[in-house]
Design a protein around this ligand. Structure first.
Ligand code: SF4
Ligand code: SF4
Length: 480
């Protein structure tokens, strides 16, 4: 990368052929295996702490219950859904659809301002790859140089032993992850029951579990960074979501160029050299195999390993840290220090409002849903000066508590309700109940052939839990 061209703030890329191909493929399209050096430093420590919290959440959440409901359960096959301990039904799917749209807007806006922070700090792929599988690899095969040596050497006893241990541990951890993923689908009680009864009782579930395990093994043992560069749709969107005001991991090319090897006792400024000593430590540490000095690339998952690597080098040679750092492209070009700009503030407030809106959608669903539908082909009947319509009611108790319900017509007045059973309807928690009622009005109260009507459902304390608007049918009347 060269310095600016003329008065322009744009940076000329002298040799940008790296943009013509993915960093982890050679010219023939063959995979170049990445052996990143083990990262260490301030950001790596922070990411370690963040990963402990996230792993604890992932492995702990299936056992968390709220009011006896799972905190999170997504069972598509049996159509059982719980989010934050709240049951969701097919009737609530508009909320989930709205929630999904809100989440997409959230992610887009977040990315426009804060770049790929999600990829480096929160993404499950990076979490498991870098914080679990990679660490195990370092433990068994050693750091970058040892791994490369092992890869090159013949299949002797040492290589067979280390690879077998690694693959077995990877397969075991993949199986553990698969079991926990399964808990998010069927719940931990069901999983323990299936496990205790054995594969002969549940062959399909056993095969599903093997499939999950093999998928995780394939992703973390072989596919690795290719998920971020070739598969992940979020990664592909970066090109259109980020601009010069977006925070990302950047190489300060103004300060770093022209890069040149370190020489003791040399006055680099006087020699017209930049601060980058071309040591390649930021490159060898990169888990996606790129050189951050080439500028923003779609392979970069903002893992911060190159920040730590460069800071360590800068410290050793006595130059200021932060040659590679979190910054915006504009800050680098103008050599500004990091500022929490108005755009960031406004977006942060808007994102907080979006989260509030999502929370509101989740909680403001009411504890009851009532519907009153006329049976197909039914009409009114008149007897003793009274008109009667039949309705099928569907009552859905979205709470965990048992409810004793009564139905009342709120408008128009003077309605009588006859039940096909008890007047008190008892509904268990998380239960749907259907039944029939007849609603009757004095003939003189029904002025229209289709009269608007509101029916309310009340609990034992007299509190209305839901209402439903429908029409009451009567004979056609000529309005004079
Ligand atoms: S360029 Fe730096 S931040 Fe990006 S993936 Fe590589 S090491 Fe991580
Ligand atoms: S680690 Fe820093 S000094 Fe070394 S090559 Fe990378 S940017 Fe240059």
């Amino acid at each position: 990368m060269s310095a600016e061209s003329g008065n322009s703030q744009f940076v000329e890329i002298e040799n940008d052929t790296f943009r013509n191909s993915v960093g982890t493929m050679d010219e023939m399209g063959k995979r170049k295996w990445v052996f990143p050096r083990k990262p260490k430093g301030k950001y790596t420590n922070y990411r370690n702490y963040a990963s402990y919290i996230m792993l604890a959440i992932f492995f702990g959440l299936p056992f968390v219950k709220i009011n006896g409901n799972p905190f999170l359960l997504i069972n598509v096959i049996d159509r059982r859904f719980f989010i934050l301990g709240q049951p969701f039904y097919l009737q609530d799917f508009f909320i989930l659809a709205l929630g999904a749209v809100t989440s997409v807007i959230f992610v887009m806006l977040f990315t426009v301002v804060f770049g790929r922070i999600f990829c480096g700090w929160l993404c499950p792929q990076t979490l498991f790859m870098e914080m679990v599988f990679r660490k195990i690899e370092y433990l068994i095969e050693g750091d970058r140089n040892k791994q490369m040596k092992l890869d090159r050497q013949e299949w002797d006893a040492e290589k067979i032993r280390k690879r077998l241990i690694k693959w077995s541990v990877f397969a075991f951890i993949s199986m553990i992850i698969a079991h926990f993923m399964f808990m998010y689908i069927v719940g931990y009680e069901e999983l323990f029951r299936i496990m205790s009864e054995g594969p002969q009782e549940h062959p399909l579930k056993f095969i599903t579990m093997i499939f999950f395990t093999m998928t995780f093994y394939f992703v973390f043992a072989w596919l690795r960074e290719q998920v971020c560069t070739l598969v992940c749709p979020y990664g592909r969107l970066q090109g259109v979501l980020i601009d010069k005001q977006t925070i990302n991991v950047y190489y300060d090319f103004k300060r770093g160029e022209g890069r040149s090897k370190w020489r003791n006792n040399e006055d680099r400024k006087a020699a017209g050299k930049g601060d980058c000593i071309d040591c390649h430590q930021c490159v060898v540490v990169c888990p996606t195999g790129i050189d951050i000095r080439n500028g923003q690339q779609l392979e970069c998952v903002n893992c911060t390993a190159c920040i730590d690597a460069c800071d360590e080098v800068m410290e050793k040679v006595g130059l200021p840290k932060g040659l590679v750092r979190y910054a915006t492209e504009a800050e680098i070009e103008n050599q500004d220090s990091f500022k929490f700009t108005s755009r960031m503030k406004v977006t942060t407030v808007f994102l907080a409002l979006l989260i509030g809106f999502l929370g509101f959608l989740m909680y403001d669903r009411g504890s009851m849903e009532a519907k009153f539908i006329k049976p197909a082909g039914s009409t009114f009947f008149i007897k003793d000066g009274k008109i009667t319509n039949t309705f099928i009611y569907t009552l859905l108790n979205k709470s965990n508590e048992k409810k004793t319900l009564t139905i009342k017509v709120m408008t128009p007045a003077h309605a009588e309700i006859s039940y096909f059973g008890s007047e008190k309807i008892i509904l268990k928690g998380d239960q749907i109940l259907k039944g029939n009622i007849n609603i009757t009005f004095p003939e003189e109260d029904i002025k229209l052939s289709k009269q608007n009507m509101v029916i309310g459902v009340f609990d034992e304390k007299g509190e209305m839990l839901d209402s439903f608007e429908t029409t009451f049918e009567g004979p056609f009347k000529l309005l004079l």
